[in-house]
Design a protein around this ligand. Sequence first.
Ligand code: GTP
Length: 205
Amino acid sequence: MSGRSKLLKVVLLGDGGVGKSSLMNRFVSNKFDSQSFHTIGVEFLNKDVTVNGDNYTMQIWDTAGQERFKSLRTPFYRGADICMLTFAMDDRKSFENLPMWKREFLYYADIQEGSPFPFIILGNKVDMPNREVSDDVARSWCTKHGNVPYFETSAKDSINVELAFTSAVSRFREMEDQLEIKQVHTTNSVDLSRKAKSSGVGCCS
Ligand SMILES: Nc1nc2c(ncn2[C@@H]2O[C@H](COP(=O)(O)OP(=O)(O)OP(=O)(O)O)[C@@H](O)[C@H]2O)c(=O)[nH]1
C-alpha cells in the first residue's frame, strides 16, 4: 500500500430530491435522514478510501439540484476528477434529465463533449415500490453513452452506496491515462482542495 493519499474531486449531480445529499451522508457518515432539506449551493465532505492498495481522499461535492440554484453550483464543476449523475427510480423525469446534467457538467467543467471522462450513473431510491425506470432502460442508456457504469442504490437502506463510490474511483483509475489535463483544472483543484482541507465541511452560496 502506498503512503500518500491522492485527492479526488467528485461531483454529485442530478435533479433536486433524487437523494444526492443522502447518498453522500450514507457513504461518509453511514447515516440517513428522512427529513433531509434541499441543498443550497454546494456542500462537500471528505472520505478516505483504499482501492487496489492505493489511498485516495474522495472530496465529495454535493450540489443543489433545483434549477434556481444553478448559478451557485456550476462554478464548482471545474477540476472535477469524477462526476456521479444521479436520478431517482421513482421519478422518470429525473432519469430523462440525465443528458441535461451531463451537458451542464461538461460545459462548466470546460471538458470537450466526447472526451473520455469518468462518469458514473446512480439510480437511487431502489427501495421504493413505485419504480418508473426499468433496469433495462437505464442500462441501455448507460451503454449508449460510453458504457458508463450503472448502480442501483438506496441511501435509505444502504444498498450499493459504498460499492458505487469505490467503483467510481476504479473507473477513474481505468481512465486516468486518457484524461485531458488542463492547467486551469489543476489550479482550481488545488485552490478548492486547500479550502476543503482547512474546513472539512463547506457551504458556498
Ligand atoms: N425511500 C428513499 N428515500 C430517499 C433515498 N435517498 C433520499 N431519500 C429521501 O429523498 C428526499 C430528498 O433527498 P436529498 O438527499 O435531500 O436529495 P438531493 O438530491 O440532495 O436534493 P437537492 O438538495 O434539492 O438537490 C429526502 O426526504 C430523503 O430522505 C432513498 O434511497 N430511498
